[in-house]
Design a protein around this ligand. Structure first.
Ligand SMILES: *Cc1c(COP(=O)(O)O)cnc(C)c1O
Length: 399
């Protein structure tokens, strides 16, 4: 374990950090300075899609670091164009805007949706329908989109223009759409909200509603994208494509990268001068993003993710059955897995940490498992054993 933090930290106290620091990582394993190995089924909150120190990513980053870091978007950035083209070739999209984070990708998505209607002579169409339990980021607009009171409190007037309806409630969404609506924004599977998949029929109905009303369907795939669900993007599971999609987390494999993908029609109004970023899409980030796609799009990789996920979920189902006082169900798609807890999830996560394994609490009293997509049978077996042992501890403690 690391040394205890000093009494007065120079950092904002915005995070309740566990008292452990890691020095290096390899694959799904993290190592403290004193050499303790931790099994990482959090992957930096679904970020380290290829685990730690993946040789192909290390090579791409170090090679680029010796050539060119940053030029700004005043110039051509060939690796940026190449990454955009690859995302276009493997999705519904025709165009991409790169940012540094998920929230910024969502900001670009929201602006793109509003500008679409503005350019078509409907400047009143600015409102966006969102869903309870959503998480879209921590900027002022994405907080308003997420609509969670606990995150909005104390930060002044809520950004106008978001109408929230109950989770996955199509009728409520339909009722919320009016003459000022620009778009419907939804996570195909809520991540922070507790690994809650939206039924495919609801996504299909939302698509039809958007088409009928002339409004845009926007997916937040910041957490679900880049292979996490066993598909490049989770919307492929339903076959219901959006007009705009926000990606981030796994896209940079640990390097900060976000992207807003859109169809030609949805992005047509985003012309020179309408939006921008200093850092977004810089050569370092793009070298890593391309390296991530080299691996994720390689033949067989996503099949491997699906196979691993099936194996993990089956084994977890047995753990759930064995500990009905701790766990209720296992759910999710691919390697975005939620264990719905009976005991408070914070206690369960702490018990798992006691076995040197990282899993991440989410809403709805769910423990999230977000392992790197490269985990193999050994890590799956280890994870299941550690979760089983942690559940045993909780039962023994009689808490
Ligand atoms: C993490 C997350 C975001 C915010 O991403 P940041 O990079 O933290 O800004 C937005 N939407 C979803 C679904 C996320 O999981």
């Amino acid at each position: 374990m690391s040394a205890a933090p000093s009494a007065v930290s120079p950092l904002f106290a915005t995070f309740a950090r566990a008292d452990v620091a890691f020095e290096r990582g390899e694959g799904a394993w993290l190592y403290t300075e004193s050499g303790d190995a931790w099994l990482d089924f959090g992957a930096g909150i679904a970020v380290n899609a290829l685990g730690h120190a993946h040789p192909h990513l290390v090579e791409a980053l170090t090679r680029q670091a010796g050539k060119l870091w940053h030029t700004s978007n005043l110039f051509q950035i060939p690796e940026q164009t190449r990454l955009a083209q690859r995302l276009v070739d493997h999705s519904f999209a025709d165009r991409v805007f790169f940012s540094n984070s998920g929230a910024e990708a969502l900001e670009a998505a929201i602006k793109t949706a509003r500008r679409y209607h503005y350019a078509r002579g409907n400047p009143e169409r600015v409102r966006i329908v969102t869903f309870e339990g959503a998480f879209h980021g921590r900027t002022l607009a994405t907080l308003a989109a997420g609509g969670q009171a606990k995150y909005l409190e104390g930060f002044g007037p809520k950004v106008e223009g978001f109408d929230q309806v109950p989770f996955a409630d199509f009728e409520a969404a339909k009722a919320a759409v009016g003459p000022e609506t620009a778009a419907i924004l939804i996570e195909p599977i809520q991540g922070e909200g507790g690994v809650r998949p939206v039924p495919h029929g609801v996504l299909r109905a939302l698509r039809e509603l958007c088409d009928a009303e002339g409004i845009l369907l926007v997916y937040d795939e910041v957490q679900t994208g880049i292979g996490r669900t066993g598909k490049l993007f989770a919307y492929e599971l339903s076959g219901v494509a959006p007009d705009i999609l926000a990606s981030a987390k796994g896209l940079g494999g640990g390097f900060p990268v976000g992207a807003c993908l859109a169809t030609e029609a949805a992005s047509a109004a985003m012309v020179a001068g309408t939006h921008g970023t200093t850092f977004g899409g810089n050569p370092l980030a793009m070298a890593v993003g391309n390296a991530v796609l080299d691996v994720v799009l390689a033949p067989g990789f996503l099949d491997h993710v699906q196979g691993t996920a099936l194996n993990l979920k089956q084994k977890l189902a047995a753990v759930v059955d064995a500990h009905p006082d701790v766990f209720e169900t296992v759910r999710g798609e691919g390697l975005l897995i939620g264990l719905k807890c009976v005991k408070p999830v914070a206690e369960v996560a702490a018990a798992v940490r006691g076995h040197r394994m990282i899993a991440i609490p989410a809403g709805d009293n769910v423990l999230r498992l977000l392992p790197p997509l490269i985990v193999g049978e050994h890590e799956v077996a280890e994870a299941v054993a550690r979760i089983d042992a942690a559940a045993g501890d909780l039962v023994a403690a009689g808490a």
